[in-house]
Design a protein around this ligand. Structure first.
Ligand code: 13P
Ligand code: SF4
Length: 305
């Protein structure tokens, strides 16, 4: 039997010997964050994907994140830490539906949340992440925008950029969107001195009573800079645990025990160990035609964001 520490030491040694960069989304478990070269939100991870000097990238996260790395760095070997780790929101639309919507709304630019498949990215004009959506939509030259697939993020962006005309199409994160305003009010009543921080994937009724709305990294940065001592965390519960390590003298309360992304939680430290060893994970393979088509929307995101 191995301890967490022994597995982590073995991973650290092998990744150096094999020139592997480990990227981890902030929703991964803490034992994985401790051995990662870079931890971040979707925007930060896509920037790192293009910059990392290593020849092999192991993405501890969900499929669209690993595909984003492959789209931006085709010469690298990109491994997804668990082949079943997929964001359900990424598949809420297919390319055919978007083509029909484009016919229905001629002249509209199509903005896709980065939580989409490569196929969907290939028929969109620009990608956004929760951290960059407001800035990118504001910087776009088009006024009329079709925003997919997250209506809650889209509603929040529309409120921040009233000069644009956003058409939202039904979709969203089943984990965040499952939390109601009543649950949020109950959490605030239970912790009256806590600041309430939420991810923009939450429904509007929850976001509108928040003290701060932002990406996973945005929430963590806000806490680190804040002079407050108590926080209700309105996003995946791993952020509560990371903040408890990062700021041990502050107190953190999960908005709801339902805020668990099972896809993000599929990868274990032992999976990472086997991926680095070379006998687990899935190598991402994309056709060059699809990759180049999808790359345009990611390039536009990195340029405008
Ligand atoms: P971030 O871009 O904030 O990391 O969000 C990704 C995600 O999947 C949130 O549910
Ligand atoms: Fe997808 Fe929601 Fe999980 Fe984020 S939390 S990866 S949006 S299912």
């Amino acid at each position: 039997m191995s301890t967490t520490r022994q597995l982590q030491d073995a991973i650290m040694k092998m990744k150096q010997e094999k020139d592997i960069c480990i990227l981890a989304h902030a929703y991964q478990n803490h034992d994985i964050l401790e051995i990662a070269d870079y931890i971040g939100d979707s925007y930060g991870l896509s920037e790192k994907a293009a910059e990392a000097p290593q020849q092999t990238i192991l993405m501890c996260g969900v499929r669209f994140m690993a595909e984003t790395v492959k789209i931006l760095s085709p010469e690298k070997k990109v491994i997804l830490s668990h082949s079943d780790a997929d964001c359900p929101m990424a598949r809420q639309f297919d390319a055919e539906t978007i083509k029909k919507l484009k016919e229905q709304y001629p002249g509209y630019a199509v903005v896709a949340y980065i939580n989409t498949t490569t196929e969907l990215k290939s028929v969109c004009d620009v990608c956004v992440t929760s951290a960059s959506a407001v800035k990118i939509v504001r910087n776009m030259k088009e006024k009329d925008i079709l925003f997919i697939p997250d209506c809650n993020l889209g509603t929040w962006v529309a409120g921040q950029v009233p000069e644009k005309n956003l058409k939202l199409v039904q979709g969203g994160c089943p984990i965040h969107a499952g939390i109601t305003k009543e649950e949020a009010l109950a959490a605030k009543e239970k912790h009256p001195h806590a600041q309430f921080l939420v991810h923009p994937e939450c429904v509007n009724g929850v976001s509108e009573i928040a003290d701060y709305i932002g990406s996973t990294t945005g929430i963590m940065d806000y806490v680190k800079k804040s002079t407050h001592n108590e926080f209700i965390i309105g996003t995946e519960n791993s952020i509560v645990s990371h903040l408890q390590f990062g700021c041990p003298d502050k107190k953190f309360y999960p908005l709801s025990k339902k805020l668990i992304c099972h896809d993000m939680k599929l990868t274990t430290l032992a999976d990472v160990y086997h991926c680095v060893k070379g006998d687990a994970g899935e190598e991402i393979v994309l056709s060059e035609e699809m990759r180049l088509a999808a790359k345009k929307s990611l390039d536009a995101m990195l340029q405008l964001g």
